[in-house]
Design a protein. Structure first.
Length: 101
């Protein structure tokens, strides 16, 4: 029997991108809640608790920047769900196209 294991925020944070400083990861509020709060809720599950922790995080902006640059596909990063990040990227692209016209 195969067991489905959700990725944890610590697993995701362990991904090292040489272009991004990882100093912020040591100060990330989510690390204090690993195993207690689900930062990778399944579709349809609430992300409210994870987003509340992100809202109080001193490195929320750095986390969101990381997620956008690394194209993190899952989880709550910088206080936004994958759907919200996707919407943000789409809106940015639309704005950039309008500015160019």
């Amino acid at each position: 029997m195969r067991m489905h294991v959700e990725p944890s925020i610590l697993d995701e944070l362990a991904i090292v991108d040489e272009d991004l400083s990882d100093d912020w990861r040591q100060r990330a509020e989510c690390a204090r809640y690993a195993g207690l709060v689900d930062f990778f809720p399944a579709r349809g599950e609430s992300a409210r608790e994870a987003k509340a922790i992100c809202a109080a995080c001193p490195v929320q902006r750095e986390c969101l920047d990381y997620a956008l640059q690394s194209k993190a596909a899952y989880g709550v990063w910088g206080g936004l769900t994958e759907r919200e990040r996707h919407r943000m990227n789409r809106d940015r692209r639309r704005t950039e196209r309008r500015v160019r016209l």
